[in-house]
Design a protein around this ligand. Structure first.
Ligand SMILES: [Zn+2]
Length: 159
């Protein structure tokens, strides 16, 4: 995997983490648009990463708060893979990526940003993909850009 240069992630890495667990709290808030939640399955949900490694970086999380796939029932893992499939389908339709990185970072040593609640990363890839991420001067992801990406993906998820 070619490493991605994602300086806007410093805001997340150095910033104050919200109290509680975003993967437990956000789906219960019923503010899916504000929380960039694209789809709620029975046992898992799809959310955009607002500190993305790349354009349209999605996260699949179970509702169950556990720190490893070894602690999840098969039923939940199956539901998560359904969410992965729907996400890859939507990303292909919306942005026609040339590849995808799918992965789970379990534990701090493995690079997990939120290590207490397991989640799957879906990172779409393009040749020379840094060009797809519009940046402002302070190297932050533009919120309008995240919103446009959300709306485009949501219209496909709804079909
Ligand atoms: Zn949680």
């Amino acid at each position: 995997m070619k490493p991605l240069w994602a300086p806007w992630r410093m805001e997340f890495i150095k910033g104050k983490k919200p109290a509680g667990c975003i993967f437990c709290d956000k789906p219960k808030e019923n503010r899916d648009k504000e929380n960039f939640i694209l789809r709620k399955n029975r046992l898992s949900f799809v959310m955009m990463n607002i500190y993305p490694y790349n354009h349209a970086h999605l996260l699949i999380s179970p509702y169950q708060h556990v720190n490893g796939v070894d602690l999840l029932p098969i039923e939940t893992l199956t539901d998560m893979m359904e969410s992965v499939q729907a996400s890859v389908f939507a990303l292909r339709q919306a942005f026609n990526p040339e590849g995808f990185n799918l992965g789970i970072n379990m534990g701090k040593a493995a690079g997990a940003g939120i290590e207490d609640h397991v989640h799957i990363h879906i990172v779409p890839r393009w040749t020379g993909d840094i060009n797809f991420m519009p940046l402002i001067s302070e190297v932050k992801v533009m919120p309008e850009h995240l919103e446009r990406t959300y709306d485009k993906l949501l219209s496909i998820f709804k079909k």
